[in-house]
Ligand binder design. Structure first.
Ligand code: ATP
Length: 422
């Protein structure tokens, strides 16, 4: 049976373009404020069962918080209906429900009372709430003097200690420090195990996957995915990566990722435009570099572990013996992640004829880099290292990832745990 039922709910907001500046202006000139209607949620239907832990994911502005506010009753739907059974406790915007001039202790009483606890019940839980928040030394101070992390500690402590049937949490955990975040996560797992229904909005997809047994992806005011966390998160990440890819390709159209051959006056050879970050005698000219997927389709945003190819097209301006082609990848802050070339890899090319064209492909079955932006260098040289054409960090691509590992490269690994019994 559903504990939360949302049926064909829509919610729009008026976005004001130009407001009448003063009341006088409005009355005298009859000037009306201009606005556009923005549909934050468009006929959304979903049911959440008792005891489910549901993650709400989606891009900024997709409508997640609006949905939580509708569930809490802070906002009313324009259309549709919402039915909720049980005691709801919510952690929405930071500080919501707190009075800035009241002390931490006074706010606990006020907040817990709003959430349905009697004075006696609050008194019985007070020590527990203060102790969990770790704010004992600040509890008599007005909350206006609290940092955002302190606000969150207090609000979280109250929200979980009232032992609600339904807990709604909107992205507030992110402001806590790592230790407190872990403490919150442990509490959420405890409530989950106790059968509390939790709806959790977060951009921390790792946390969503860890906590939730179902994920709903909201995009463009509609439900785009609903189901098993890993499956929906993967769909969402692929979508984000695709969107980022389109954005980067658009951005790069202006920057010219490609090095253009400038046709000189008739009878003269083609020469290559000199760019900052490019050098070499041009006996081999790199005329085009394309970063692609495994099907040779241009792509600039990858998920960690996806296949990637680097296509290096070249033109030969002299007879060349044993040319060497290479690639290097740097992080955006200039840390060298990886570099290799055809000589190191024993990939032999014996001879290239003058005036010939060709392409060499650096095929990466799985790009094992952590999330971030990367710069690519490519080059052609002779076996002694004399550069024909070197493009130093002229190309870029992005990697995103569900895993929050750190460093540069992802090292293939597993954990093995051995317990010694004494
Ligand atoms: N009170 C409001 N007045 C006008 N527009 C609003 C209001 N609240 C939300 N919106 C708009 O509705 C859209 C959805 O906002 P919402 O806060 O629900 O998104 P979200 O998915 O929670 O985003 P984020 O991940 O950034 O928190 C946004 O375009 C936002 O500007």
């Amino acid at each position: 049976m559903n504990i939360i039922s949302v049926s064909e709910v829509s919610k729009s907001f008026k976005i004001y373009k130009e407001r009448a500046a003063t009341l006088k202006e409005r009355i005298v000139n009859g000037r009306k404020s201009k606005f556009e209607v923005y549909t934050a949620l468009d006929s959304i239907s979903l049911g959440i069962k008792k005891g489910e832990t549901v993650g709400l994911i989606g891009r900024n502005g997709s409508g997640k918080s609006t949905l939580l506010k509708l569930l809490t009753g802070i906002l009313y739907a324009d259309k549709g209906s919402i039915d909720i059974e049980g005691k709801v406790s919510s952690l929405l915007e930071l500080g919501a429900g707190f009075h800035p001039d009241f002390t931490g202790r006074e706010n606990i009483f006020m907040n817990a009372a709003i959430l349905g606890l009697s004075k006696k019940e609050i008194k019985a839980k007070l020590d527990q709430i203060i102790s969990f928040s770790e704010l004992k030394h600040y509890i008599e101070n007005p909350v206006r003097s609290y940092s955002s992390g302190m606000y969150m500690r207090l609000a979280f402590s109250v929200a979980i200690m009232v032992e609600p049937d339904i807990l709604l949490i909107d992205e507030v955990l992110a402001v806590g420090d790592a230790a407190f975040q872990q403490k919150c996560m442990d509490q959420l797992l405890r409530l989950k195990n106790k059968g509390t229904t939790i709806v959790f909005v977060s951009h921390d997809l790792g946390a969503v996957q860890k906590l939730c047994d179902r994920v709903i992806w909201i995009n463009k005011s509609k439900v785009w995915g609903d189901g098993e966390p890993k499956k929906i998160i993967d769909q969402y990440l692929s979508y984000l990566s695709e969107q980022e890819n389109e954005r980067l390709i658009d951005e790069n159209k202006d920057k010219e990722n490609e090095i253009t051959i400038i046709e000189k006056s008739e009878g003269q050879k083609n020469s290559v435009e000199e760019t900052e970050g490019r050098w070499g005698n041009k006996q081999i000219e790199i005329i085009h570099v394309d970063i692609t997927n495994e099907n040779s389709i241009s792509k600039l945003s990858f998920l960690s572990g996806e296949p990637m190819q680097i296509h290096i097209s070249y033109k030969v301006n002299a007879n060349i013996k044993k040319p060497v082609f290479g690639c290097a990848i740097h992080t955006i802050d200039n840390r060298h992640c990886y570099g290799t070339n055809t000589f190191i890899d024993h990939f032999k090319i014996d001879f290239l004829d003058e005036n010939s064209f060709g392409k060499i492909i650096f095929n990466i079955p799985s790009i094992e880099l952590i999330a971030g932006s990367y710069l690519l260098s490519v080059g052609a040289s002779d076996p002694n290292g004399t550069q024909f054409d070197y493009h130093d960090k002229l190309y870029s691509f992005k990697v995103s990832s569900l895993v929050n590992d750190v460093g540069i490269a992802r090292i293939n690994h597993e954990w093995i745990h051995e317990v010694q019994r004494g």
